[in-house]
Design a protein around this ligand. Sequence first.
Ligand SMILES: [Fe+2]
Ligand SMILES: [Fe+2]
Length: 286
Amino acid sequence: MKLAIVSDTHLAQRAAAFNENWQSAQTWIDTSGADAAIHLGDISADGDDDPASLEFAAAVLSRSAIHVHALPGNHDLGDNSREATAAEAHSINDARLQRYREHFGADRWSLTTPHWLLLGINAQLLGTGMDEEHAQFAWIEEQLHAHAEMQVGLMLHKPLLPLAPGELDESERYVPPAARQRLLDLLRTHALRFVVSGHTHQSRRQRLDGIEHVWVPSTSFCIPDAIQPRLGEKIVGLMQLTLKDAEYRFDTILPDAMRRCNLLDQLDIYPQLAGIKQRLGAAGEL
Ligand SMILES: [Fe+2]
Ligand SMILES: [Fe+2]
């Protein structure tokens, strides 16, 4: 089985540069011979607040020649940090989840081969305490029970955990610790081989305790070092996963036509970043 994996397309009517990069990815995918595509979330530029952006992104994905199995990101659904009042306006809630499902279908799914169980889960539910989070954990347990002999690959928007000493363990970047532990406890007696995530707009591959953690690059933009630590490679592109019997292989794909956009040069798409850009520019940090 060959799967094209994309992440963080940040599509919207107004996001011309990101939409063009997606076109490059889609052209590669449609001619790659992949059996299906997987989207790891942040499909839309701001579908959590703007239904039009979600609708636009869903229409764009539906034009792909092969089926795209989508997972939600914080830009589609809101974030999973529900405790802070200030963050509440951008937090996941039932209405946002419902709207996501109307456009992209199930927010969790599994794909199987004779040797593999791929579990795609909704990272934005983790740590929220929502009924849907409990339902998702029950579903994961069922899937693992039904495919107990298989090797497992986990796919979700946010990386599961920090991979090196000194990395700040913040829930904006990683799965919150309690939910992460619950996931790892469920997977402890299963053959978890890899965890694939998006969200960081960086590409990275690192093995930790026998599990390979793969950060899939964004197709849309990179974030400057001045506002985001460099933990992997800041590139734009996509990946291909090949499953052959019990073996797996990831390849990074860098289509020629894809432009490496800098987030802070995209103020027409994210005008709320103008103040940050001005401040950093004045301090000589850009
Ligand atoms: Fe993103
Ligand atoms: Fe994200």
